[in-house]
Design a protein around this ligand. Structure first.
Ligand code: MN
Length: 232
């Protein structure tokens, strides 16, 4: 494929760039993977037994990411939920990456929200259908700046929190992840060929719940950062 714009029948969509803390340069996003039910307490609140059903993956689209601090309430839903998550950004890809080698593939980390049309997701689950209309809608993935891995300790633990209008709704710790970051990257790389630019939303702790227009979400992960997102 040529990069010459004149070789396309119309102007291609731009590459999505995520801000990187401490630089004006952007992280070019390739794919967005998301892990479902990666905290036991959240799996239980969603009606599942984490001992019997391991976590799994789904995807959002790169252009679902949003860095503006605003979340427009999406159409066709009356039950939109917040899910605060650690986002892992890959700086190197590969297939069949070992858990021991996986940390060498991490470029950095960010705070993200996996916003979910829970009512539509529920209908799809019941029918055994894919989740895209519940998960991969416009601006469904608000995110903060990526902190480079070399600037922080490996985040094996650290509080993950989300407040709505100043009230604490979600709280967990990275040490509660069922799939730890190295095994998550390793597992994913057995099914897909990973590449630099891939993001992984690593799952949400318990306490998910609805937001309404006017609500202000404040999400923080110890050692990574904090974002404020207003539902408009
Ligand atoms: Mn999620």
């Amino acid at each position: 494929m040529s990069l010459d714009p004149s070789s396309f029948v119309f102007k291609p969509a731009p590459v999505v760039g995520a801000p990187v803390k401490g630089t004006d340069k952007l992280f070019p996003v390739r794919r967005v993977y998301c892990v479902g039910r990666n905290y036991a307490a959240h799996a239980i609140e969603m009606g599942h037994d984490p001992d019997r059903e391991p976590p799994f993956f789904f995807q959002k689209n790169p252009d679902n990411l949003d860095f503006s601090g605003a979340f427009p309430y999406p159409p066709k839903s009356s039950d939109v939920h917040h899910e605060v998550e650690l986002v892992v950004a890959l700086g190197r890809g590969g297939k069949d990456i070992s858990p021991e080698d996986a940390p060498n593939h991490i470029f950095g980390y960010a705070v993200g929200l996996d916003m979910t049309r829970r009512d539509l997701q529920g209908e799809m689950k019941k029918a055994g259908r894919p989740w895209e209309i519940g998960k991969a809608f416009e601006r469904s993935a608000p995110m903060g700046a990526i902190v480079r891995a070399e600037e922080i300790e490996f985040p094996a633990s650290g509080s993950v929190e989300l407040e709505v209008n100043g009230e604490l709704k979600q709280q967990g710790d990275l040490n509660q992840l069922i799939w730890k970051l190295p095994e998550m990257i390793s597992y994913l790389s057995q099914y897909f060929e990973l590449a630099a630019g891939d993001l992984i939303f690593t799952g949400t702790p318990a306490g998910v719940g609805p937001v309404s227009r006017g609500d202000v979400m404040r999400a923080r992960i110890a050692g990574i950062g904090e974002i404020e997102v207003k539902c408009i």
